[in-house]
Design a protein around this ligand. Structure first.
Ligand SMILES: [Zn+2]
Ligand SMILES: [Zn+2]
Length: 283
């Protein structure tokens, strides 16, 4: 399949609403490799809808352990396993990912043991090669180089932007972060910058709707990036194409694509995609 980026889930935050988008996950189909970046709720269904056979997954990268990025990692791997997965998948995550994975396996032990005995499946516990990463080089092989940069996402300490270089292209994911100028150096000259973004006028309405008021608003403003600041990073990094992702708000009928475009007017004139679940970006 031709190289492509597929936005599987584009919503920032864990809540879901009727007919709305899903929390964060992305597929990078590059150099014949199927790499999933983050595993928010809905990732398994979205991958299947993007014509990915789950048993062909190669690698999963988790940027940080907020639930809107990791909640469905276990169910995705389990579903890949029951779909015929027979070889190892590399799963890279920040410190603490081991607790998530061992806890998931423990919670499903009855079913996993049952299926090994009853259906003759290989042991799911042997099919995941779990690796903890931090700043710097994450992975290198003949086709792929992956590096990480710790970003600013309080109170989470281990949250990492990721740069994936393959097929002569460079794709950078901001992960969740407040406006973080060093990201521009990390992303310099990239073909694609997938950056989280928040629309200021949507935040107040979101906070009113969700119901935990000032605390939620403080978290959002301290830990995430306003759309105009995402554009500042893209300009400083001279990337070719900016993809807005992890949108806040993502499911407010009063905040549509036109509002995002208006917020960027005069601030970014390169390639631009406003994220939407299921959107395919050819590379
Ligand atoms: Zn998030
Ligand atoms: Zn987060």
């Amino acid at each position: 399949m031709a190289d492509r980026l597929v936005l599987l889930g584009t919503k920032g935050g864990p809540a879901i609403r009727p007919g709305g988008p899903s929390p964060t996950s992305t597929l990078l189909d590059i150099s014949g490799r199927r790499i999933v970046i983050d595993c928010g709720l809905g990732v398994a269904r979205a991958l299947v809808n993007a014509d990915v056979s789950l048993k062909d997954l190669d690698m999963i990268l988790i940027t940080h352990l907020h639930s809107d990025h990791v909640l469905e990692l276990g169910p995705l791997m389990h579903t890949a396993w029951t779909s015929g997965l027979a070889r190892k998948v590399m799963v890279y995550g920040p410190a603490g990912i081991e607790d998530y994975w061992s806890g998931f396996l423990q919670s499903m032990r009855y079913d996993i043991d049952l299926r090994i005995g009853d259906e003759g499946r290989p042991d799911l516990r042997d099919l995941v090669e779990l690796k903890v990463y931090a700043d710097g080089l994450v992975h290198r092989d003949a086709e792929l180089t992956i590096t990480a940069l710790r970003v600013d996402h309080p109170p989470v300490v281990d949250c990492f932007a990721l740069k994936i270089e393959a097929s002569g292209k460079s794709i950078v994911f901001s992960a969740d972060t407040a406006y973080f100028p060093p990201l521009a150096g990390f992303a310099r000259g990239s073909d694609l910058l997938v950056h989280e973004a928040m629309l200021p006028e949507g935040v107040d309405r979101l906070v009113a709707r969700t119901g935990n008021g000032a605390r939620l608003k403080d978290h959002l403003l301290a830990s995430h990036t306003l759309v105009e600041d995402a554009a500042r990073i893209a300009v400083a990094a001279e990337v070719k194409h900016l993809v807005l992702h992890h949108l806040i708000p993502a499911d407010d009928p009063q905040c549509g694509e036109a509002d995002w475009l208006e917020a960027l007017h005069g601030k970014w004139d390169g390639g631009l995609t406003i994220g939407r679940d299921g959107l395919v970006i050819p590379l």
